[in-house]
Design a binder for this molecule. Structure first.
Ligand code: KIV
Length: 262
């Protein structure tokens, strides 16, 4: 329904408070395995486990009222066989209440996507730069330049044919994103893939300026909350050292007032 319509707005969330904020504005909320790098300080997404995704998925579920919730299948939880993928996708859906799962890979994952979709698991596919393959791709490089475009086109076509309900296109050149978006029947969700896509996704912590260890060109910073937090923590530290905090308004009296005091 949303193919070629008003662009789909998507963001990641890993916690209840951020889920509450993004839910008000987004069509899709992704509990991405980027949680490993953003919240757990890992150097890639490879160390993220299914249990971590379930825990963060449960936290996000509690903050959502309206957005579609998608949870990433982490590295090692789905590549072995369609049966392994189903077992772990079913756990994600049953234990987090998510409506769909996302997995990385194109032609090689088509059979798995077909298996899942036929058994009640809606799948968002992810092609182009697939961060779980960082070691075989030789880093977080742009994918699909020159002759390599055909590979990404075939990937997007294969996952769509297999039954994916949408396809994340990460870090590919604009003309390729445009071509794939025109060719496939389901919405493309771009991250570093231009306005040509049917929707856009970013990591919330990136666009809020809360995560700075890794700053790809495709991230637009809509706020600098990390700088604000740093200033706030510095002010608190100074107040404590100078004995300005706590002040009178933060103290408890001996007597309790009617209605209670927090
Ligand atoms: O893990 C993640 O957050 C993602 C999105 C950035 C697409 O896969």
């Amino acid at each position: 329904m949303r193919k070629g319509q008003t662009p789909l707005v998507c963001l990641t969330a890993y916690t209840t408070p951020i889920a509450r904020l993004v839910d008000r504005h987004c069509d899709i909320v992704l509990v991405g395995d980027s949680v490993g790098m953003v919240l757990h300080g890992l150097s890639s997404t490879l160390g993220v486990t299914l249990d971590m995704m379930i825990m963060h998925g449960q936290a996000v579920r509690r903050g959502l009222v309206r957005a579609l919730m998608v949870v990433d299948l982490p590295f090692g939880s789905y590549e072995e066989s369609p049966e392994q993928a189903f077992r772990n996708a079913a756990r994600l859906m049953a234990e987090t209440g998510c409506a769909a799962v996302k997995l990385e890979g194109g032609q090689t994952m088509a059979e798995t996507i077909r298996f899942l979709a036929a058994r009640g698991v809606p799948v968002m596919a992810h092609v182009g730069l697939t961060p779980q393959a960082v070691n075989t791709l030789g880093g977080y490089r742009v994918q699909g330049r020159g002759d390599d475009a055909e590979r990404i086109r075939r990937d997007a076509g294969a996952v769509t044919k297999a039954g994916a309900f949408s396809v994340v296109l990460e870090k590919v050149p604009e003309p390729l994103a445009k071509r794939i978006t025109a060719e496939i029947a389901v919405p493309t969700i771009g991250i570093g893939a231009s306005l040509a896509c049917d929707g856009q996704i970013l990591v919330s912590d990136d666009m809020l300026g809360l995560f700075s260890s890794f700053r790809p060109k495709f991230v637009k910073r809509y706020a600098e909350l990390g700088d604000q937090a740093d200033a706030a923590i510095a002010a608190y530290a100074a107040d404590v050292r100078e004995r300005r905090f706590p002040a009178a308004e933060h103290l408890y009296a001996n007597e309790t007032k009617a209605g209670g005091v927090t």
